[in-house]
Design a protein around this ligand. Structure first.
Ligand SMILES: [Zn+2]
Length: 264
């Protein structure tokens, strides 16, 4: 991913999705906003106990970098599931769902979601001009939300997965994502070669009998199993980089949410 700054708001873009395409997209960081600790500073979520005025001020700042406002984006009521909604500008300003995937082929339609360790999944079909945005944590990849997004675009827009441009954004890395039950059992029963997703510790301070889940690779594999060939991934761990991102795990739940948006 490449980093940009617009109106003093830093954000990241996938090079594949950006190249000469008719979509705009951004994965924001936690920098550039108005919220106080522990939501400092660009918290875009109303589901944490941050000051609502600050959240709306942050949304105005962030969304304006892409010519949008809170009322000209479709939001989602996220629940760690695998449901995908087909949306349009009729859903602007609404929280659609509960769903963890949004897709549209309406020109001009914009989608947004918020994250703190879960993986942002961005999809662009340059042939049929359609986009998708998703939110996948361990439950989302076990239930195959990434695959459900691809199938929704195939069904609704005739998308050829081989032509899709996909991005998996910053999420908690296997350096930090210690897991126990029920995650280990769920990964073993739903993935081939699960041992390659449940890794041994990498740091000397981590105990040898623990397992660390590779959420990014699990998301990538789900997209690949759905037929997606062009998958770009972030190499930033949200838990290692709390200077850049909010991390539910690293900050023990007392933190904000950074946003992603994609517009056609
Ligand atoms: Zn890490």
């Amino acid at each position: 991913m490449k980093q940009f700054v617009r109106e003093k708001i830093p954000f990241f873009c996938f090079e594949g999705i950006s190249n000469g395409s008719r979509v705009q997209h951004a994965v924001f960081s936690r920098q550039g906003g108005t919220s106080q600790a522990p939501y400092d500073t660009l918290n875009l979520s109303l589901s944490v106990p941050d000051d609502k005025e600050n959240v709306f001020a942050n949304r105005t700042l962030a969304y304006a970098t892409h010519g949008r406002s809170n009322d000209t984006l479709v939001h989602a009521h996220l629940v760690h599931g695998a449901e995908v909604a087909v949306v349009s500008h009729w859903n602007y300003g609404q929280y659609v769902g509960p769903v963890d995937g949004l897709v549209t082929n309406e020109p001009g339609c914009g989608l947004t979601m918020n994250y703190a360790d879960c993986a942002p999944i961005l999809l662009y079909d340059p042939v049929n001009q359609a986009i998708g945005l998703g939110h996948a944590g361990w439950q989302g990849v076990v239930k195959d939300l990434p695959g459900a997004m691809v199938r929704a675009m195939q069904r609704e827009y005739g998308t050829d997965p081989a032509k899709l441009l996909a991005g998996v954004g910053p999420c908690i890395g296997p350096c930090c994502y210690e897991v126990g039950e029920p995650v280990i059992s769920a990964v073993i029963s739903s993935f081939e070669e699960p041992e390659s997703l449940l890794l041994s510790p990498r740091r000397p301070d981590q105990s040898l009998d623990r397992r660390y889940f590779d959420l990014l690779e699990a998301s990538r594999r789900r997209l690949a199993a759905g037929g997606v060939c062009h998958i770009e991934t972030s190499d930033l761990c949200t838990s290692c980089r709390t200077d850049l991102f909010f991390s539910h795990r690293a900050e023990r739940g007392r933190t904000g949410r950074f946003g992603a948006l994609i517009t056609l």
